[in-house]
Design a protein around this ligand. Structure first.
Ligand code: HEM
Length: 546
């Protein structure tokens, strides 16, 4: 038999096998009673992310009815799709391919049930790729998660919130000084500067390392090739490489200067910084030294773990490093992007800024602003954060896996029953812009309207209430027992920074409205991320109104 014949028979047999598999998965999904969208590929497989750009031009030539699946083409699909697929296929549907099927959830009741039943719907192996320093509360399930959450959660206490506030105000003041140094009040580095704020707040509150605002290389400690801040920044910027390649590969001698090499060097440096800090803290505990008056997250984590009576309940060194790294990964771009989007949205919506100003004039008086006194009053400022996160959630969707057979309630009063190991994707953004959930007589769901979060007081303008959304309808920080551990941290940071920047200044457009809107309509890749893949910073103007 000729090679050609052998190859064609093998390819034909494989295509036949795929067709049969597609048919089998179709029937398995059909039994669930949800609408079905067929796809020729597994769109959530990591391999797809690598090969999908090559197919894109070809796929776009197909008539829409043959490529409905392509609405979910890239990791940021919820942002571009804007619920179209849910309008066509339903709030909950199955995306069936020859290898498996995924249930896409755009229904708040179903999402809420899935997030609240953490033992029934687990993260599974998907998150193990984040373990390159060690397992963390973010990446594990079951009893292991309970053990890690019990130790990590108390670290995010009110004392830490106070530290976040103080450091955020300090950083924001330095940034403001830098911004106002331009005679025309032009700000050309808003995204980079706010990103630096989040990095410095994390480094001060996370590890007790305070950095002054500025873009130059920070101090390099003896025995290191990078400063701690720059190692952290290098890894956060390029952390996709260690997710895919082992450290030895990133450090192959002779590798040219590249993002990959930076990721490798940063990873090694950060690991050795963390080892040193861990040793110092351990020695302090062994010498009976009391906890510092203001313990950073690292010392709080080590001490909280050491307090566990049974050694098996404590965190290992790898787990401590894994958690500290996750705090940085989870808390950096998420918060930085929220700043960049919020400031841009405020520049576009001057009415919202005036509304915010009324609150700042009432509550931000002193040069020494204090967390306990000021934060609880700045409800409009918080509303601006929540509304920004509703329209630009850094985590657009999240996966879960059913553990055992499960039944899930739906908004229409019905329910679906699924077998074990069913893959789910919870479309946060799709739920955030659902008209049935978010449209009101004052504003449609897709419009930036922070006032929707505030219940005015009929008697006292100082006594407004921040409304809490119905469970399952707002998932920017996720939901249920595994909701974001750093939610309060990011809220305090946001309010401290925005209230400091805008107490005496108004931020205005320095480019056309259309140009800024076009920038906000594009994502940088996997999620709305003004910091990734951006060709230029967002240029704004500051006007003094103090
Ligand atoms: C605006 C800022 C933030 C947003 C929008 C955000 C969003 C989220 C989301 C959606 C999840 C769930 C992810 C999933 O289930 O796949 C999560 C989990 C988590 N976040 Fe955040 N986050 C923010 C800031 C922070 C900060 C500042 C920290 C720490 C300093 C942090 C630490 C964590 C941790 C440890 C988890 C895992 C919790 C668990 O699984 O028990 N986050 N975050």
């Amino acid at each position: 038999m000729s090679t050609f014949l052998v190859c064609s028979t093998l390819i034909g047999a494989y295509l036949g096998y795929l067709l049969v598999s597609l048919f089998r998965n179709y029937h398995a999904a059909k039994i669930l009673g949800v609408p079905i969208v067929l796809s020729p590929f597994d769109l959530f497989h990591p391999l797809w992310y690598l090969i999908s750009p090559a197919f894109k031009p070809l796929v776009s030539l197909l008539p829409y009815r043959f490529r409905r699946w392509s609405s979910l083409y890239t990791g940021d699909w919820p942002f571009y799709d804007k619920r179209r697929i849910h309008r066509e296929a339903g709030d909950v549907f199955a995306l069936v391919n020859p290898w498996n099927y995924h249930i896409i959830v755009g229904d708040p009741v179903a999402a809420d049930a899935i997030y609240h039943r953490r033992k029934d719907f687990i993260k599974g192996k998907n998150y193990a790729i984040f373990n390159f320093f060690g397992r963390s509360v973010f990446s594990v399930d079951g009893e292991d998660w309970s053990r890690q959450r019990k130790i990590t959660a108390p670290c995010f206490n009110e004392r830490v919130s106070g530290m976040v506030w103080d450091e955020s105000v300090r950083q924001a003041r330095a940034v403001l000084k830098h911004w106002t140094s331009d005679e025309q009040g032009k700000v050309g580095s808003m995204v980079d500067d706010t990103r630096m704020i989040t990095l410095h707040v994390l480094s001060a509150v996370g590890f007790g390392i305070r950095q002054d605002f500025g873009h130059g290389m920070a101090d390099v400690k003896p025995g290191h090739t990078l400063a701690y801040r720059d190692a952290l920044l290098g890894l956060l910027t390029h952390f996709v490489y260690p997710l895919v390649f082992p450290l030895w590969f990133l450090e192959i001698p002779g590798l040219p200067e590249s993002s990959m090499k930076t990721a490798g060097t940063s990873l090694r440096e950060l690991n050795s910084y963390m080892d040193e800090m861990l040793n110092d803290e351990r020695t302090a505990i062994e010498n009976g030294e009391a906890a510092p008056a203001k313990p950073n997250l690292m010392s709080a984590l080590i001490r909280s773990s050491a307090e566990e009576r049974k050694p098996k309940d404590r965190l290992t060194d790898e787990e401590i490093k894994g958690n500290l790294f996750i705090f940085n990964i989870a808390g950096h771009d998420t918060t930085a992007n929220t700043f960049a989007y919020a400031i841009s949205l405020l520049a576009l919506h001057q009415d919202c800024q005036s509304w915010l100003r009324e609150e700042l004039e009432l509550h931000v008086h002193h040069s020494e602003s204090n967390y306990e006194e000021v934060f609880p009053h700045l409800k409009r400022c918080q509303a601006i954060m929540w509304e920004t996160l509703r329209l630009y959630p850094p985590v657009l969707a999240a996966p879960r896996l059913s553990y055992g057979p499960q039944s899930i309630p739906l908004s229409n009063g019905q329910s679906i029953s699924v077998p074990p190991d069913t893959r789910f994707h919870l479309n946060h953004y799709g739920i955030h812009i659902s008209p049935s959930v978010w449209s009101s007589e004052n504003a449609p769901a897709h419009e930036f309207h922070p006032q929707r979060w505030i219940k005015p007081s009929e008697t006292d303008p100082k006594e407004e209430t921040l409304l809490h959304p119905k469970s399952g309808t707002f998932l920017a920080w996720s939901g249920g027992p595994r909701h974001c551990l750093g939610q309060k941290f990011s809220q305090v940071e946001f309010v401290a920074v925005i209230s400091t920047l805008l107490a005496k200044y108004v931020v205005e457009l320095a480019v056309s409205r259309e140009r800024l809107e076009a920038t906000l309509a594009e994502t940088g890749g996997g999620s709305p991320a003004l910091t990734i893949g951006r060709k230029e910073d967002i240029v704004l103007r500051l006007r003094n109104v103090g």
